[in-house]
Design a protein around this ligand. Structure first.
Ligand SMILES: [Fe+2]
Length: 182
């Protein structure tokens, strides 16, 4: 199953949209539009298309049709997310801010809107001053949406160069650290 023989230019290029199951589309739309500034591309009722028995709302960050999709099954009895028990699922997903100023703005908005910040702000680094000893070299904070989907808001994540070095946002090579697979 190794991908060694597959042409580099034919491989998938990025992780793009996420579709979240939500208990109340209006409530979630309010959160995603008003806190994060996403725009509604289109919204559809369940069974509007015979193949789709779900209510769906497509939200975009920029020009692409959708980056986040809210999905709601009107026949499903939803229960609250729990940290104690439940099925496996996505732990969190992340939205990237273009810079630290943007990150700080979102942090301030989250505080002002009295959202539930479950972690951070924190600098995920064992190298940079003030870092928490974890991985990625990025600033993050984690906030819950109305259904307790955990969203990471982050900026300044390290890049991996062609030699496997970690390059911080400031352009520094992190010493004594290399990726295992280039
Ligand atoms: Fe993360």
């Amino acid at each position: 199953m190794k991908m060694d023989s597959v042409r580099e230019d034919l491989k998938v290029v990025k992780c793009q949209h996420v579709s979240l199951e939500v208990s109340d589309v209006d409530k979630s739309l309010d959160f995603y539009r008003n806190f994060l500034g996403l725009k509604l591309t289109e919204r559809h009722l369940a069974n509007e298309n015979p193949a789709i028995p779900f209510e769906m709302a497509f939200l975009r960050l920029g020009k692409q049709h959708h980056d986040i999709v809210l999905t709601h099954d009107p026949n499903k009895k939803y229960t609250e997310k729990s940290n104690i028990s439940g099925p496996v699922g996505i732990h969190h997903y992340a939205l990237e801010c273009p810079n630290k100023e943007s990150f700080d703005m979102y942090l301030e908005r989250a505080i002002n809107l009295d959202l539930e910040i479950v972690r951070g702000p924190v600098l995920h680094s064992a190298f940079q001053k003030g870092g928490d000893g974890t991985w990625g070299e990025n600033w993050s904070f984690y906030v819950l949406d109305p259904d307790k989907h955990r969203i990471e808001i982050f900026c300044e994540m390290a890049n991996i160069d062609s030699n496997g070095n970690y390059i911080t946002n400031a352009g520094q090579v992190v010493p004594n650290l290399k990726v295992k697979e280039i």
